[in-house]
Design a protein around this ligand. Structure first.
Ligand SMILES: [Zn+2]
Ligand SMILES: [Zn+2]
Length: 704
């Protein structure tokens, strides 16, 4: 599962398209640009994307209008001609655009002439094919664009035996053609194969020549966040945000305020409001105050914005007062920052941010501070709908904007879905009340890093044991009897005690006694050791309140420690399913992170002891017993019994005595993730589905 997630590498569309934003890059170009893995064939997701966004039958991979990205948000790494290099030993390939003939010119740089000439002499190369996804070129032997041979240095030309057509190009309109460092000419065929496609090189050049010129918005119907229009006499804006969160109030609340001052220090207008709860944080309320204030300004304003939030200043210089960088998309509130960029551009604003000390005697700062705080309690206010963001592209989840690191967001979705998948597995439904298990803690203990570290150290067998133990997939006799009834007679009992069916739980409760091997005795000893270790850890951990004298006695009285005979919650804990009775008892005294981190490692060690002292011993015994029954390894692997073609999910016996079973609905993860957006924090804290369990028909399909 972890591997799937690790390989669940996400790309932004902007990374996969040409710098001009209108064409999908070919897989070959993406590889050359190192934006995708250099190994393997074209993956299915790329073909899917191709069919989704590329215009049908477009030879040059032009993409549908709705997927085009403005060139202000695309990736373009342009290299210019390095005039300090020796062109003979370090050939530089270049592309330029002739504005008179409206044609591209690809060539090799022969030499450059520094200022004031600022020109390069390049040889002319012609694409071998009209398909600009290719990158094969042959040397032009003379054409209309060529300069007379007499006007160039004969010594230079002599050093270019393959080339026959030369021209002077302004350095300003010339960029490097992206190719491997040493791309040489095949002298016999007078041809060269450059790394990137001609289409990509053209797009890069067009971006360089035309994209930096920002055109004024053609559409006058501009979206607005603020419905206030300040007069042009506004000189300074004081802004502030306010954030209240539990426990001071039931749900977190964000508000903002600004006050506009003219050059004489008179207040022109003040405004305050609450903000709809999306990724609530103090910083978000500050950023929103800035956004709303700027959107209230008239065009071409030159103003100073005063804030007491130092972080706002540093983010401003990083994301607004600078060219667009991709790192912004990894920030929380990137949609707000993006909207601020849009407003700055559309209104042609000249803004300087200054820092004023917080809670000092700046009366205007105290004024906006008080306004923002007052907004929380003003019942007449209604927040702006979140859809009024002005970012160029907005990813939505369940119609909520995803204003956080998108990769991390997708990872969260994956985690939420995998936990749900685990919880609705039919094998857990045979317990009549799965809500008695603390799933979040169970998943934490199973996924801890130590387990995966040990995996790398060659203890993968043990990792497999832990997972199979949790899922009841260990090859016990009852499992084998179900899977291969023609080899394992269904009437056979536990080979050790010959008194009970050998189920998973029987592994620990088998009454078989040998001087050196007694499963039940070993199990009791290990469980007692686990209990003692836990108790020691909790007694020395920092607790939320002083531990009462009765803590140790109450902890040891929990029914998950009852092992003679083992209680249901004891058997669950043994499998790695943390009983909710355990975490609820501990939750009175300790925070969840403390509980989880203490439960984690001793449980891992407990499982390792079970593995070595019970499972491995039992498996050696079992192997000899199988041989005695005439069951060989070959029979086990080759025999295709009548039942082995059945889907594994249908082999799982379901407790038919349980009339109806509670399960989480399969789309619970949507509400967990939505809840993360609205209330903030990790999705794992929003696992409220157990509290509103509904009785549903038993799920019979396996989602594993
Ligand atoms: Zn030519
Ligand atoms: Zn037994």
């Amino acid at each position: 599962m972890k591997n799937v997630r690790k390989n669940f590498c996400t790309h932004f569309l902007a990374q996969l398209i040409t710098p001009c934003g209108s064409r999908l890059l070919s897989w070959k170009d993406l590889r050359f640009l190192k934006r995708v893995s250099n190994k393997g064939s074209v993956p299915a997701w790329f073909n899917y994307l191709f069919n989704l966004i590329v215009i049908l039958n477009s030879l040059s991979f032009f993409i549908l209008q709705q997927f085009r990205i403005p060139s202000s948000h695309t990736v373009a790494s342009i290299s210019f001609i390095d005039i300090s290099r020796n062109y003979w030993f370090n050939p530089q390939w270049a592309i330029s655009f002739n504005r008179n003939t409206n044609s591209f010119l690809v060539g090799r740089v022969i030499t450059t002439y520094p200022a004031p000439r600022n020109e390069a002499l390049i040889s002319h190369w012609i694409a071998s094919s009209v398909d600009d996804l290719l990158s094969e070129f042959t040397a032009c032997q003379g054409c209309a664009s060529a300069i007379p041979r007499s006007s160039t240095s004969k010594t230079l030309i002599k050093r270019c035996p393959s080339e026959g057509c030369f021209s002077y190009v302004l350095l300003l309109s010339l960029i490097r053609y992206p190719t491997k460092p040493r791309t040489y000419i095949h002298a016999d065929t007078r041809s060269v194969s450059l790394s990137a496609s001609l289409g990509y090189a053209k797009s890069l050049l067009l971006f360089h020549l035309f994209a930096p010129v920002r055109l004024p918005p053609t559409n006058e119907l501009v979206l607005r966040i603020s419905d206030i229009q300040l007069p042009s006499s506004v000189f300074t804006l004081y802004i502030d945000g306010s954030f209240l969160s539990p426990p001071s109030r039931p749900a977190s609340s964000m508000a903002y305020a600004w006050t506009a001052i003219d050059s004489d220090g008179f207040i022109l207008e003040s405004h305050y409001n609450i903000i709809s709860s999306i990724f609530p944080s103090a910083l978000r309320s500050e950023v929103f105050a800035l956004l709303h204030g700027l959107d209230s300004l008239p065009r071409n304003s030159k103003i100073t914005v005063a804030t007491d939030c130092a972080q706002l200043l540093s983010l401003w210089s990083l994301y607004v007062d600078a060219p667009f960088i991709f790192r912004m998309l990894k920030e929380f509130n990137h949609l707000l920052w993006s909207s601020i960029r849009t407003i700055m551009l559309q209104k042609n604003l000249d803004v300087t941010l200054i820092k004023v000390p917080a809670h000092a005697d700046d009366p205007l700062n105290n004024h906006v501070d008080a306004l923002a705080k007052a907004a929380h309690t003003d019942s007449h206010l209604s927040s702006c709908p979140p859809s009024e963001l002005m970012a160029p592209c907005i990813l939505q989840f369940n119609s909520l904007p995803v204003d956080m690191n998108i990769r991390k967001f997708i990872r969260d979705i994956f985690d939420a879905k995998s936990l749900l998948t685990l919880a609705v597995l039919p094998r857990f439904n045979s317990y009549s009340s799965i809500s008695d298990i603390d799933w979040a803690c169970t998943k934490f203990c199973l996924n801890n890093n130590k387990q995966f570290a040990s995996h790398r150290n060659g203890r993968s067998e043990f990792c497999g044991f832990r997972i199979k133990l949790l899922l009841d997939m260990l090859p016990t006799l009852t499992t084998l009897q179900r899977q291969k009834p023609h080899l394992y007679n269904p009437s056979w009992l536990c080979p050790q005690c010959n008194s009970f069916p050998e189920t998973l739980d029987h592994l620990w409760t088998c009454p078989y006694i040998l001087p050196e091997f007694s499963p039940l005795q070993t199990f009791k000893t290990l469980l007692l050791a686990l209990q003692t270790t836990y108790l020691d850890h909790f007694l020395s951990a920092s607790s939320l309140m002083p531990l009462p004298d009765s803590f140790a006695a109450e902890f040891m009285a929990l029914n998950c420690w009852d092992c003679d005979p083992p209680s249901i919650s004891c058997l669950r804990l043994t499998r790695g399913l943390i009983p909710i009775s355990l975490t609820e008892f501990l939750g009175v005294y300790f925070s969840s992170p403390t509980i989880w981190s203490i439960l984690d490692t001793p449980l891992h060690d407990f499982h390792f002891d079970l593995y070595v002292q019970i499972w491995l011993c039992r498996s050696i015994f079992f192997h000899h017993w199988e041989l005695a029954q005439g069951i060989t390894k070959k029979m086990k692997s080759s025999a295709l019994g009548p039942s082995s073609i059945l889907r594994p999910s249908s082999n799982i016996p379901l407790d038919s005595s349980t009339p109806s079973l509670a399960t989480a609905s399969l789309d619970s993860w949507v509400s967990w993730v939505s809840s993360t957006i609205i209330r903030g924090g990790s999705w794992i804290s929003h696992l409220d589905f157990w509290h509103r369990l509904t009785v549903q028909p038993l799920l019979k399909t396996s989602f594993w």
